[in-house]
Design a protein around this ligand. Sequence first.
Ligand code: ADP
Length: 310
Amino acid sequence: MSNVLVVGSYVVDLMSRAPHLPKPGETVLGGPFQMGPGGKGGNQATAAARCGSEVTFVTKVGDDLFGRDAMKHFEAEHINTQYIKVDPSQSTGAALIAVDAKSENSIVVALGACGTINEEEVKEAEERFKTADIVLLQLETSIKAVVTTVKLANKYGVHVILNPAPYQEFPKEILSDVAYITPNETEAFELSGIEVKDEESALMAARKIYEMGVGTVIITLGAKGAFLYSGSNNGELVPGFTVEAVDTTGAGDAFNGGFAHALSTGYTVREAMTFANAVAALSVTKIGTATAMPNKHEVEAILKREGIVK
Ligand code: ADP
């Protein structure tokens, strides 16, 4: 079984749908309130586990109701919780999510405990770096945690997937130790200064990011799929799957979790991107983030339906 190590955020998602997203100063009456496990780290860990990987998740929660719910969620998903720290001095992170009638979203994330993961706390999981097939991380924690994770993965020769989301500044030197970077259009712009609107601009942005030292650049392009650039030729669009989207929150997380799983089980990068597109497409057909991640049978079914079977 493939071993995926995820270092990242856990936050509880507090969500309501409304006719439109509130403007500054506006209060909008929403529909039913929904609560569930989330955070980019937690979502990506859940996606990879549901695909069939053995997942270890390194994060931090508070000693509160939301933190205890988090543990229950990860245990139910068969995720190794050995390195999830409980910090009584912090509250568990929370994301305040509004989704409008067109399924666009607007999110405020209060990171709480997982925003304070320090170097030592990542190092406590050092043993797991030795056995991991792939390390997956995002920018939704402290930058110290990000840098330490990349260094440790490098020490044991484990490939790193960096999902630079949500974008915040980080020391670009670490990019030469990153095998795959997976920005969406917004994050690709933050990294490259090039606005990504189509395949042509995706290639320009990917080239710029590649020159920073990353092995392979993958820019996710929403329903269109994802653009692959590994330093030669003109890159390639790996098309997405056509589905009826009801909630695109967490699509990028589904993509990254699926991509990490597929890569660690021996798929080529292109195959792993198709697999990841399938996982992400299925996730947008359901409301929610972690709970909207598909299981491996659902992913296999959509791949089969499209005539793409490994
Ligand atoms: P993010 O969620 O980070 O903004 P994207 O919007 O680029 O990222 O979506 C990530 C991936 O999710 C895409 O590469 C694609 O595979 C899938 N996806 C997103 N939206 C849709 C959609 N409407 N239909 C099918 N797949 C989608």
